[in-house]
Design a protein around this ligand. Structure first.
Ligand code: GRF
Length: 203
């Protein structure tokens, strides 16, 4: 499966995906990395891995539609069949979603539908939950609202800061995201409406 990744920031999830891909444990091919931020650490990581990258800085464009049109063309040129968002900080527009005929996945640092949007770990601490976690889900037109593929719980400790909780969740993200991608690429993720079933591999 020819795969593109969009990332805005440091790119640790991108790194985890690249690592799994390079080790041969992911039946995908990461063909392109894109970012809306020229200074993103994710771009350096792509370069180190020898994966071509492109910047779609929002400042280059008059309208968001023009930026998204370039992303669509870039995916077309690269014959992309799967798009992974890895800390991509922009919500994709409904028209972009309609144009994309293949799955788009995202990872979010909470047990959705709790704490969507920005600063999910801070929201969890402020709410006082005892358990949070992370979610890999299909992207739909809403904010962190698409059908859920995998989730894993992470305990929230009394002494946690936003930083310490984020780090504990991040360690799980780095395992969960490649696992979800692996299952999808193997055809073991079956979606029907909002319900997603993980099919067991045949012996
Ligand atoms: C992660 O916490 C991810 O769940 C969220 O954005 C953060 C990205 O971190 N969507 P990184 O850039 O992958 O290190």
């Amino acid at each position: 499966m020819r795969t593109a990744i969009l990332a805005s920031g440091r790119g640790s999830n991108l790194q985890a995906l690249i690592k799994a891909y390079q080790s041969g444990s992911l039946p995908i091919r990461i063909v392109a990395v894109g970012s809306d931020s020229p200074g993103a650490g994710a771009l350096m990581r792509a370069e180190e891995a020898g994966i071509p990258s492109r910047v779609f800085s929002i400042n280059q464009y008059l309208h968001r539609q023009a930026q998204e049109a370039d992303i669509l063309n870039w995916m077309g040129e690269n014959e992309v069949e799967l798009l992974l968002l890895a800390g991509y900080m922009r919500v994709l527009s409904p028209s972009f979603m309609r144009e994309v005929p293949f799955p788009i996945l995202n990872i979010h640092p909470s047990l959705l539908p709790a704490f969507p949007g920005l600063h999910a770990q801070r929201q969890a601490l402020e709410y006082g939950v005892k358990v949070s976690g992370c979610t890999v889900h299909f992207v739909d037109e809403g904010l962190d609202s698409g059908p859920i593929i995998l989730q894993e719980a992470v305990p929230v400790l009394h002494e946690d800061t936003e930083e310490s909780l984020s780090q504990r969740i991040l360690a799980v993200e780095h395992r969960l995201y490649p696992e979800a991608v692996r299952l999808l690429a193997l055809g073991q993720v079956k979606r029907s409406g909002r319900r997603v079933q993980i099919l067991q591999q045949e012996e």
